[in-house]
Design a protein around this ligand. Structure first.
Ligand SMILES: Nc1ncnc2c1ncn2[C@@H]1O[C@H](COP(=O)(O)OP(=O)(O)OP(=O)(O)O)[C@@H](O)[C@H]1O
Ligand code: SF4
Ligand SMILES: [Mg+2]
Length: 459
């Protein structure tokens, strides 16, 4: 078993990487992004006139310092992959600026980009689709050498085999085809290809999401080891907060084409400021023996993510936020540093002074969230079905979520219904109380910056 395989799985307490000192003090960022935008045109009609645009990335700014790992997290469709392709210039930005090692590469021509491409590489989201099935592994991993016209010392084959060994593949499999490898091995092939030209920056788009959990741990640990060995800088994109927590020094949270919060890992996980981040984190189970038997609550966001074609006005999260007020509907909150190294775009942040005190919570905010007790299996299961009130007759029995001791057949069903009813009642109470508490916090006489919804959900 390799060293990397011995390490525990990502997300396990105590396995996180130590934050390197340079992440707090390194002066020059390797990558600088300012107001980056990508609008994909929507064309229709006989003449293909543009009738709208998908605002996939809509004005994001961040830096990545040499040697650090920036994790980028957010729901599906929020623009993570587009952002990755923009910063590596696989896509042409609509607006904004991308600087790599001091060079403005925003609209650099393909010819001028070629030498810089050696220093910035991408690992693609899909380990199956990103490898040409008609090429051998040797051919795939040696592609960057061919494209760049580079002949490594000792020849291409020797170098490719060295890279295969580096990522834990058998160099004798040089002539095999992608279909002869497992998902984890294919992802390693993608990593070997990305490392071929000894890059400085690697953007890894969901490097482990297509893999089994056990293989995920191996690939994450491999990325970690390669970073220490080769001094790489990473931007790692994922929607899994356990993976992001394990690999990142700093984390950017994206929602509908925007960065809503960016902070170092500890600060983000211990005191998230954006309500969206708080909701995302509440869904992640925290393995902590001290909390055994303690019930925690999950914030379930209701409703779908709005369309990036016509995103909501003001704060894009206001249609799903339990703290939304009138100002949230009309004014977009700027991404501001409310603590050292911790930026957030919110008028009413958690764990920080309210940026727009005295505003009343919008009536629809009451329906935007549901609190679920994570300690009660039947309640959590019931939350997945629509159970708007506490009446048992309205609840479809979530038999699969009922405890094993509940019996079998009709007996189990009845028990499950009863469990679900209790869970729904508890939920209805806590969610209602939390929203009322949030509303109280928005009134002028509310005491202190921390909203009661924080207290009621942070258990
Ligand atoms: N080439 C394209 N043309 C038009 N729309 C696009 C294109 N690429 C992406 N989009 C749209 O841009 C939005 C962001 O897509 P993107 O792939 O960046 O999301 P993502 O956060 O990576 O999602 P996932 O987690 O599912 O990979 C989506 O609404 C998507 O449909
Ligand atoms: S409180 Fe307002 S600004 Fe903050 S996330 Fe909610 S809707 Fe957006
Ligand atoms: Mg993606």
């Amino acid at each position: 078993m390799s060293e990397s395989e011995k390490k525990p799985a990502p997300g396990t307490e105590g396995t996180e990487r130590a934050i390197p000192e340079q992440s707090a003090s390194s002066p020059e960022p390797i990558l600088k992004v300012e107001g980056l935008t990508k609008h994909f045109p929507i064309k229709s009609g006989l003449f293909g006139r543009q009738t709208g645009a998908v605002k996939a990335v809509d004005g994001i700014s961040f830096d990545v310092r040499a040697g650090e790992t920036l994790g980028v997290v957010g729901e599906s469709g929020c623009g993570k992959s587009t952002m990755g392709r923009l910063v590596t210039r696989l896509l042409e930005p609509t607006g904004g600026k991308v600087e790599f090692e001091g060079h403005d590469i925003t609209h650099m021509s393909a010819g001028k980009m070629r030498p810089l491409r050696r220093d910035m590489q991408m690992i693609f989201q899909d380990p199956y689709g990103s490898l040409n099935p008609r090429h051998t592994i040797g051919g795939i991993v040696s592609t960057p050498f061919r494209l760049q016209g580079v002949t490594p010392e000792g020849g291409v084959k020797k170098e490719v085999q060295r890279l295969m060994e580096l990522v834990g593949l058998n160099p004798e499999h040089y002539n095999r085809y992608p279909h002869e490898f497992s998902g984890g091995q294919r992802q390693r092939i993608g990593i070997a290809r990305a490392l071929a030209l000894n890059p400085k920056l690697v953007v890894a788009d969901e490097p482990v999401s297509a893999l089994d959990v056990s293989i995920q741990a191996q690939v994450v640990n491999l990325l970690d080891d390669l970073q220490s060995e080769l001094g790489l800088t990473y931007v790692i994109i994922a929607h899994d907060l356990s993976v992001i927590r394990h690999v990142s020094d700093r984390i950017a949270v994206m929602y509908l084409g925007k960065i809503v919060e960016i902070a170092d890992r500890k600060s983000l996980y211990s005191s998230p400021m954006h309500p969206y981040t708080k909701a995302l984190l509440s869904a992640v189970p925290v393995p902590d023996p001290k909390r055994k038997g303690v019930k925690s609550e999950r914030i379930l966001l209701k409703g779908d993510v709005p369309s990036p074609i016509s995103p909501p006005s003001g704060c894009r999260f206001h249609t799903r936020c339990w703290k939304a007020t009138e100002i949230c509907k009309t004014q977009e909150p700027p991404l501001a540093a409310l603590k050292t190294g911790h930026q957030v775009a919110c008028h009413h942040p958690e764990n920080a002074p309210d940026q727009a005190p005295g505003e009343a919570v919008l009536p629809q905010a009451r329906q935007s969230v549901e609190l679920v007790s994570a300690g009660e299996p039947a309640a959590a299961e019931a939350a997945e079905t629509e159970a708007p009130d506490a009446d048992a007759s309205d609840i479809e029995a979530p038999v699969a979520g009922a405890p094993a001791e509940a019996g079998t057949g009709a007996e189990a069903e009845a028990a499950a219904q009863a469990e679900a009813a209790t869970g729904a009642a508890a939920r209805a109470e806590t969610a209602g109380a939390a929203v009322e508490a949030a509303e109280a916090a928005r009134t002028p006489e509310a005491a202190g910056p921390d909203s009661p919804v924080q207290e009621s959900t942070d258990k």
